[in-house]
Design a protein. Structure first.
Length: 377
């Protein structure tokens, strides 16, 4: 397998419906007019829950998203393969505005009082490779690093656009909602602060006020010294968190104070983060010898009062598999869904030991460099 080049050319294209396409490693000669029909955002809006103080996004067009999770003769062509409908030409990686978004930059105005508002923001799809690959283990080390490099670039650009919060994520497996098995992730840029992000930010502030120290640094030190530790590098620590909501939840956390976003990582950190991420997924797959489903969420620092990323927020990647055993799923039932009080069916120190015992795949990391992204005008 030929690794991606040390430089990735990026072509920026605009669909007739206004959606942006960023094509990495392609030729830039796509005919976007041949792509699938334009997006529909007629009923897109958000509603404010006065009891919780949280916004709920309303996007009924998501019910008609394409799905190729069926099998056999009825399985449709993959829309994320080159020429498959969403993407009209060759590429190494591709990022494009979702046709079935929950938020859009030009959100339509909505009638009503202050309980409803436009769903402003951006939803993008990140296609990791043109090859129809359905498992991260089937991507080379160089391909995995290229994905992280593109996420670093794209998230930084979304923050520069002025959005309130930006998150890169991946839903791997139909169990967690992935409708297309072709290896891909997504980017959400929201124009309101998500409730969990606000809770974390407030906890950092309370700890700073009470102790005069950084809670993120405290958590890193505890993870490094505890039996929940899975792996460690110079820039990141990998551990099962002290109070996980999911039985096999794993966090990868930046060790350095002040590193709160992907855009703040240098190439050495990008390489290390990619290697550690791949190692966690390897452990998941080897735990019960199945392609384990998971949610992968990159938790970046929100913007502080000074206009800079919150300093006490350490960049962390959360991996959240829905399984509690090979046969049984962790279901968010009544107490967890209605009250937000999670019940963990496992002991974190024991699950960490199980995951540590699983070997990771050997990949040629020493031969990999982070590609430089060059914009082709």
């Amino acid at each position: 397998m030929t690794p991606p080049p040390s430089a990735l050319a990026r072509h920026d294209l605009v669909h007739p419906d206004g959606r942006y396409f960023h094509v990495y490693g392609g030729q830039g000669d796509w005919d976007l007019r041949a792509a699938d029909p334009a997006r529909v955002v007629d009923q897109l809006h958000r509603r404010f829950d006065r009891l919780t103080g949280a916004w709920v996004l309303v996007s009924p067009t998501r019910n008609v998203r394409p799905s190729s999770t069926t099998t056999g003769d009825d399985r449709p062509a993959c829309p994320l393969c080159p020429g498959g409908g969403e993407l009209g030409g060759g590429f190494a990686l591709a990022v494009f505005d979702n046709r079935f978004p929950a938020v859009v930059p030009d959100a339509p105005a909505v009638p009503g009082d202050d309980r409803v508002a436009p769903s402003g923001g951006r939803c993008q799809v990140v296609v990791h490779t043109a090859r129809h690959v359905e498992r991260p283990a089937d991507l080379s080390a160089a391909e995995l690093v290229a994905v992280t490099a593109v996420l670093r670039e794209r998230t930084a650009e979304l923050w520069r656009e002025g959005h309130t919060y930006v998150m890169a994520f991946e839903n791997h497996g139909a169990i967690v909602g992935a409708t297309l098995p072709h290896q891909h992730g997504q980017l959400y840029a929201l124009d309101h602060l998500p409730p969990v992000t606000g809770i974390k930010r407030d906890q950092l502030g309370r700890h700073r006020g009470a102790h005069g120290t950084c809670l993120g640094c405290t958590i890193v030190a505890e993870d490094l010294a505890g039996e929940r530790l899975l792996d460690v590098g110079e820039r990141f620590v990998v551990s099962v968190p002290f109070a996980p909501r999911w039985p096999y939840e794993v966090h990868i956390t930046a060790r350095d104070h002040g590193i709160g976003r992907l855009g703040q990582l240098d190439d050495t950190a990008v390489l290390e983060l990619t290697r550690l991420l791949a190692g966690v997924v390897d452990r998941y797959d080897g735990l019960w010898d199945v392609d384990l489903s998971y949610m992968l969420c990159v938790q970046e620092a929100p913007t502080g009062a000074d206009g800079r990323p919150e300093a006490d927020w350490h960049l962390h990647v959360e991996l959240l598999p829905p399984h509690r055993s090979a046969e049984r799923l962790k279901v968010r039932a009544s107490v967890e869904t209605a009250l937000g009080t999670f019940i963990n069916d496992t002991v974190p120190e024991l699950t960490a030991g199980q995951l540590r015992a699983v070997p990771v795949l050997e990949r040629a990391w020493a031969d990999v460099t982070v590609p430089t992204i060059e914009v082709v005008v």
